[in-house]
Design a protein around this ligand. Structure first.
Ligand code: HEC
Ligand code: HEC
Length: 157
């Protein structure tokens, strides 16, 4: 079972090399300080390009019960974060998005990690048992494998 280790070594090495080579293939990192702070304290602040507007709306409408946690915000902060996320969403035109492949118009995904594209990309490359490795813990812990996830780099090949 050396393949898990190999993945990590490859990711570590290539995140240095890959950075320059794929500079224009990255997801735009979150630039808003309020969003970084309010949405980046429990997990990484996910790039808004990874979900459509309707998903961010629904997430922002349900912060008091956010995946079992209370992530509620005061009204002004809520409005600010909502605007940033929807302005930069997958269907806002900036990125278009591989992430939207296979998502139907009448679906409102609540998780990046359940999008068909995300699932496919990870099924190919990540052995199932790797998800429960203590270093990973959760699929949402992007940085465990993508060292530069916060800066929007995931293409570590
Ligand atoms: C109090 C902690 C907390 C805060 C603050 C928080 N979240 Fe979360 N979030 C969670 C937890 C817990 C999960 C589920 C994690 C898991 O399944 O591993 C989650 C999951 C998510 C997911 C789904 C991830 C996936 O693809 O599976 C999204 C999207 C998300 N949060 C967006 C946000 C946004 C936007 C904000 C800011 C408004 C935010 N979160 C603030 C705790 C928080
Ligand atoms: C257990 C390790 C692991 C975790 C955790 C993980 N990934 Fe990945 N991811 C991989 C591997 C391995 C690949 C395939 C190799 C590659 O393309 O870099 C990949 C591929 C990807 C790709 C496709 C890159 C490309 O080639 O265009 C994206 C986008 C991506 N991951 C996003 C995420 C996001 C967002 C999260 C967190 C919500 C996440 N990943 C969590 C290991 C992981």
């Amino acid at each position: 079972m050396g393949s898990y280790k190999k993945i990590f070594m490859a990711l570590t090495l290539t995140s240095l090399i890959g950075t320059a080579a794929h500079a224009d293939e990255r997801y735009r990192p979150v630039q808003d300080e309020v969003v970084k702070k309010e949405c980046g304290s429990c997990h990484m602040a996910f790039q808004p390009q990874m979900l459509p507007k309707r998903s961010w709306q629904k997430i922002m409408d349900g912060l008091e019960n956010h995946f079992g946690e209370d992530a509620s915000l005061d009204e002004a902060t809520l409005q600010h974060v909502r605007a940033y996320l929807t302005d930069n969403a997958a269907d806002s035109g900036w990125f278009g998005g591989k992430m939207m492949r296979g998502v139907r118009d009448n679906e409102t995904p609540m998780r990046i990690t359940e999008l068909p594209y995300w699932v496919r990309e990870h099924k190919k490359e990540v052995p199932v048992w790797a998800w429960s490795d203590p270093k990973v813990k959760s699929k949402t812990n992007c940085q465990a494998c993508h060292r530069d996830a916060e800066r929007g780099y995931y293409d570590d090949d």
